[in-house]
Design a protein around this ligand. Structure first.
Ligand SMILES: [Zn+2]
Ligand SMILES: [Zn+2]
Length: 158
């Protein structure tokens, strides 16, 4: 997580023994790119008020991996971080140019939380649960209940 300077990945020969896949992600403007190796420790939607506020969306879609399986491959200096003062674990990371969410190290330093919307690749795992469901937005309607359009909906009237 601290980048190429800490020596863990610079030697080139070491790979995690159980690495099953490597997935890539980037921010909206492309200034920041990252990679993460499986296996992943979990994948879930979080409806807590912190995640809703930070993402600006109904819930976060978070994939988890140990810090040793994660690295920024481009633009790490452009990654901002905000550690919520009264939170034990919660923090956020974001691109300083475009504001996109980016993977963040929890405040305990034990887990990298990858906002799955920033992924270019599909991990082999799928979301397994909704957490903080009791904190879901009062206006929330499950996506499966809504009509679906492959692209923009047809224009009405006129
Ligand atoms: Zn960006
Ligand atoms: Zn949350």
């Amino acid at each position: 997580m601290r980048g190429a300077g800490d020596g863990r990945y610079t030697s080139g020969w070491y790979r995690p023994a159980m690495s099953t896949e490597t997935i890539h992600g980037a921010c909206l403007c492309g200034a920041v790119e990252y990679e993460a190796d499986g296996p992943f420790a979990g994948f879930q939607y979080c409806h807590c008020s912190r995640c809703r506020r930070f993402t600006g969306s109904a819930h976060a879609a978070n994939l988890f991996c140990p810090p040793a399986q994660f690295r920024f491959t481009k633009g790490e200096a452009n990654v901002g971080r905000y550690a919520l003062p009264d939170a034990r674990f919660f923090a956020t990371s974001f691109c300083r140019t475009c504001g996109s969410s980016l993977p963040w190290l929890n405040q305990a330093g034990t887990t990298v939380i990858i906002p799955a919307g920033t992924l270019d690749d599909a991990p082999s795992v799928r979301p397994a649960r909704n957490i903080m469901w009791g904190s879901r937005a009062p206006w929330y309607v499950e996506a499966s209940e809504l009509e679906k359009h492959d692209e923009l909906p047809p224009r009405k009237g006129k």
